[in-house]
Design a protein around this ligand. Structure first.
Ligand code: GAR
Length: 198
């Protein structure tokens, strides 16, 4: 059983999908804790499933590095095999990345390396592309620049708003995330060693 800690910032719909999947006794992973950088709405999902939650409020710390140090303390106590950033809208300081990479994954609502950053869906629409996508990557020190573990295209439809497009991307993200966790747990997929990372 892979032990997962999931970090969120918002509604946590991807987290919820994972929690539902983990209800299946056959699924080879369990969420052991949910963390956030604020009082996230998605904590409600953790509560629904009886999963412990912790908050390390970004604004309560004098620097990103100080925030990261406390996040590390919180993460260590759950002894996760994998840390999943599922809607965490913060760049992690190097101290956290260096401790956890490559065992720290991020879901992203674009077909990386296209449209990295916090506004991937809006940026894809603004660029006028006919397709964007969803990706699951290993977190490295860059912004959405780590090795891609899974990705899939999602078409942009006429009349799409950012909200509408994002709602079509999210189910793809969920499927990719769950499948990636499953493949890692069964050994079908292997995380890149630091030497293999670009
Ligand atoms: C997801 O689409 C996730 O990929 C994105 O935020 C959304 C969170 O949704 N993350 C990023 O854009 C990170 N750069 P959720 O809270 O409903 O799961």
């Amino acid at each position: 059983m892979l032990r997962l800690v999931v970090l969120i910032s918002g509604g946590g719909s991807n987290l919820r999908a994972l929690l539902e999947r983990c209800e299946d006794a056959e699924f080879p992973a369990r969420v052991v804790a949910v963390g956030a950088d604020r009082d996230a709405a998605g904590f409600a999902h953790a509560e629904d499933f009886g999963i412990p939650a912790f908050s390390v409020p970004f604004t309560a710390f004098p620097s990103r590095e100080a925030w990261g140090e406390e996040l590390l303390v919180q993460l260590e106590q759950w002894a996760p095999d994998l840390v999943l950033l599922s809607g965490l809208m913060r760049l992690l300081p190097a101290v956290v990345v260096d401790r956890w990479s490559p065992r720290i994954l991020n879901t992203h609502p674009a077909f990386l390396p296209e449209f990295p950053g916090a506004h991937a869906v809006r940026d894809a629409l603004a660029a006028g592309v006919v397709e964007t996508g969803a990706s699951v990557i290993v977190v490295d020190r860059g912004v959405d620049s780590g090795p891609v573990l899974a990705q899939e295209r999602v078409p942009v439809l006429p009349g799409d708003t950012a909200a509408r497009l994002h709602e079509r991307i999210k189910p793809v993200e969920r499927r990719l995330l769950i499948h990636t966790v499953q493949r890692l747990a069964t050994g079908e997929l292997r995380l890149p060693t630091p030497e293999e990372s670009p």
